[in-house]
Design a protein around this ligand. Sequence first.
Ligand SMILES: NC(=O)c1ccc[n+]([C@@H]2O[C@H](COP(=O)([O-])OP(=O)(O)OC[C@H]3O[C@@H](n4cnc5c(N)ncnc54)[C@H](O)[C@@H]3O)[C@@H](O)[C@H]2O)c1
Length: 278
Amino acid sequence: MSITIDHAGQVALVTGAGAGIGREIARWLARAGAAVAVNDIRAANADAVVAEIEAEGGRAVAVVADCRDDAQVELMVATVLDRLGGLDIAVNNIGMLPKGRGTMPFVEMDGAYWRDIVEQNFVLAALCARAEARALLAQGRGGVILFVTSGETTRPSPFNSSYASSKAALNHLTTSLAVELGPDGIRVLAIAPGTTLTESVRAAFTEEHVAQIVGSTALRRMVEHDELARLTVFLTSDLARCITGQFILADAGAFLSRTRPRNLRHDETELTKGDPRA
Ligand SMILES: NC(=O)c1ccc[n+]([C@@H]2O[C@H](COP(=O)([O-])OP(=O)(O)OC[C@H]3O[C@@H](n4cnc5c(N)ncnc54)[C@H](O)[C@@H]3O)[C@@H](O)[C@H]2O)c1
């Protein structure tokens, strides 16, 4: 006996699927049998991913839209319904640090910086989820909305507080929407990746930084794009049908190891001081 995951007959939309993690999620959902709408702001990238999926025998269409724009988001979802005949799975993957500004001390983050990062990581995903939820409610056959947040939401994130807190807001939105939409059979989930060497991350990190991250994970390695995609295929499938309102860390144990301050010696930690009541 074997167990298979089958998304045949389902329609999936993946935002920001022209590169990185979103591209891999789109490809794996297609491999599992879903017809996939590949959204990206960059038309050439969306088209290239559609071609890759078709070359493997899958079904996909490119839906170019800038998801910061309400009207384009509405049009994107309407286009998916029109071209693929419905919507069952929506993966809201877009998110990033503000272009060229990277991490910085909290006291240097001005209003423009905050508005930019909250828009790209939180408002944009909320707008997409709203349009998707309206489509799923109108169809009346349930569905799944999945956000891509970050492992950074699980611990203090000094010098990266804007990104981490905007992604943490998405984790909270996940729980609220799960309760609000659950009675209509709509599950709402989030995956929280550890550092994954997508093109944009590879360009931003030095080799030394990468080695540091690898050394701080429990499994001594980074998360691969396809591992996040496989997790998404599972969470959006019938096998996970009782799971909603959760965010699932997929980080090779990175945020387990980093919860323990690395500048403390073992004998300086509270755990080794013994019970003061003894
Ligand atoms: N890579 C990592 O280490 C990592 C770790 C944790 C969380 N994440 C999260 O995973 C998600 C994907 O990250 P990635 O590294 O694959 O990103 P990426 O930069 O490689 O890809 C993002 C894609 O989104 C598209 N995009 C950007 N803005 C858009 C817009 N307004 N409308 C439509 N498309 C747009 C880009 O063109 C690009 O193709 C993000 O939410 C990121 O915050 C990434």
